[in-house]
Design a protein around this ligand. Structure first.
Ligand SMILES: Cc1cc2nc3c(=O)[nH]c(=O)nc-3n(C[C@H](O)[C@H](O)[C@H](O)COP(=O)(O)OP(=O)(O)OC[C@H]3O[C@@H](n4cnc5c(N)ncnc54)[C@H](O)[C@@H]3O)c2cc1C
Length: 435
């Protein structure tokens, strides 16, 4: 009798059963599958900028997403194994113990994530265990682009024009109905529970109370599309700053992969068939293209997004400063109400609107003249929807050192506040003391 084919499937930022090529392929190509997540020690470290890699809001969202994933896997006859420590060591130990001959994982593009994956692949090679990767993040598959990623256009509009009509979005992978696995021990969240303070809840003024997991993502989509039809007015409301309907709020679920952009795309198409297509339904896909673009930019330029000079070598400038100005920016005490209101929202909820993010980033770069990477690193700690490509890509773009470089991508804060918060509702909401 042929030996059983045992394989591992590593969940990272693809915490879902549906439209998950890793999971789909590992089940199709093996007899037994062991799904796991690895709580990487590096997630608990402080970066060279002095901030945590992941703050409490994101850790809580991650915990909820893992619980949901475990529940969904168990419903299919499997479960989620939670490893904790240094991935190379922990994963090779698991491969040895289970006799797995292959590991299926999401393809990485950012430097630290790539380095971790390469280390794991190296350890597994010693055990004759093959490391296989699949693209799970984007709407478009890189091999469907009309150019190699290395020749990605430097300007978003060019990328969009060359892709949006020419590239077909691939079909969504169906979720498995049954997964054959050895007995998987109950999900052990002790380490996470110890690390997350018990009282992590977003301020009641939050635009939305996020809950992690594929089920909550699906509910949000149902709400935003079908229950409220807010999608049909998205283009007009998307620059809003107050409340849960001005934008989709899909970002946190997309960041951990509780939902995929392909699933959202497919739902937009179903919605359009029912309620009609308009500029707004198109605009949500347009924003997902920005998301793809930053993903491909990272793949093309990886290291550059973490240098002060970005991919503009000529712009390397003064040494970084961690000073009072930065501290005031972080704590929402700059004295500029529009900036302070946005930073207060971020600090108390883990979320900030896109309009807010653009303004506080421009303020840090152009008014305070600080090293943009401190802003990006603070966002990395603080955002519930932190995504390495979106965060560092957007920051570099606004700092004028990323793609489509312009010497001064300046936002006039007073003018922005007058346009986007004309009656001061947003500023009053966040600058008033909590009662
Ligand atoms: C300085 C800065 C930092 C940012 N950091 C992040 C981050 O860490 N994680 C993150 O997901 N987004 C980031 N963004 C992009 C954007 O602000 C958020 O995706 C958006 O505000 C999330 O709210 P939403 O889901 O309601 O967006 P919607 O307006 O409903 O958009 C739908 C989706 O499109 C994508 N999207 C929208 N705008 C952008 C954009 N500018 N770049 C890339 N994707 C976009 C997101 O996945 C979003 O969920 C950043 C923007 C700036 C200016």
């Amino acid at each position: 009798m042929a030996a059983k084919r045992v394989a591992l499937v590593w969940f990272k930022t693809n915490l879902r059963l549906r439209d998950n090529e890793c999971l789909f392929k590992v089940i199709a190509e093996n007899d037994e599958v062991i799904p796991f997540y690895c709580l990487d020690n590096s997630l608990f470290q402080t970066t060279k900028f002095g901030f945590k890699k992941a703050g409490d809001f994101r850790m809580k969202f991650l915990k909820e997403s893992l619980q949901q994933l475990d529940e969904d896997l168990r419903a299919a006859g499997s479960g989620l194994l939670l490893l904790s420590g240094e991935p190379g060591k922990e994963i090779s130990r698991l491969a040895k113990e289970t006799g797995a001959k292959s590991l299926y994982a999401e393809k990485e593009v950012a430097p630290e994530e790539l380095e971790t994956a390469e280390k794991v692949a190296g350890e597994l090679l010693k055990l004759n265990c093959t490391f296989l990767t699949f693209e799970c993040r984007n709407l478009f598959h890189s091999s469907d682009l009309p150019f190699p990623v290395g020749q990605l256009p430097e300007i978003f509009t060019e990328f969009r024009k060359r892709t949006e009509k020419a590239v077909a979005v691939r079909a969504v992978f169906p979720p498995p109905s049954r997964i054959t696995s050895p007995q998987i021990a109950p999900l052990n969240l002790d380490r996470l529970n110890k690390l997350i303070p018990g009282d992590v809840t977003a301020d009641p003024r939050a635009a939305i109370q996020f809950r992690g997991g594929a089920e909550a993502a699906y509910q949000r989509l149902q709400y935003y599309f079908y229950q409220t039809q807010a999608l049909s007015t998205y283009k007009n409301t998307r620059n809003g700053m107050v409340g849960e309907r001005y934008s989709s709020k899909f970002s946190a679920w997309l960041a951990l992969g509780c939902i995929s952009p392909k699933e959202i795309y497919q739902e937009v198409k179903s919605y359009e068939a029912l309620y009609g297509a308009n500029d707004s339904t198109y605009w949500l896909i347009f924003e997902l293209l920005w998301r793809d673009y930053f993903g491909f930019c990272m793949e093309k330029n990886a290291q550059h997004y973490f240098l002060r000079s970005g991919n503009q070598q000529s712009k390397a400038a003064d040494p970084a400063l961690f000073n009072t100005a930065l501290n005031n920016w972080i704590t929402g005490k700059t004295g500029v109400p529009f900036i302070d209101a946005n930073m207060t929202e971020l600090n108390l909820t883990g979320f900030m609107s896109n309009r807010g993010r653009q303004n506080v980033a421009s303020y840090l770069c152009n008014d305070l003249h600080l090293d943009w990477r401190y802003g990006a690193a603070y966002f990395e700690q603080q955002l519930i929807d932190y995504d390495v490509c979106n965060n560092w890509g957007n920051w570099a773009y606004l700092a004028g050192v990323g793609n489509d470089p312009r010497t001064n991508r300046y936002f006039n804060i007073a003018k922005q506040a007058a346009t986007y918060d004309s009656n001061g509702t947003f500023q009053q909401l966040w600058l008033h003391e909590k009662s």
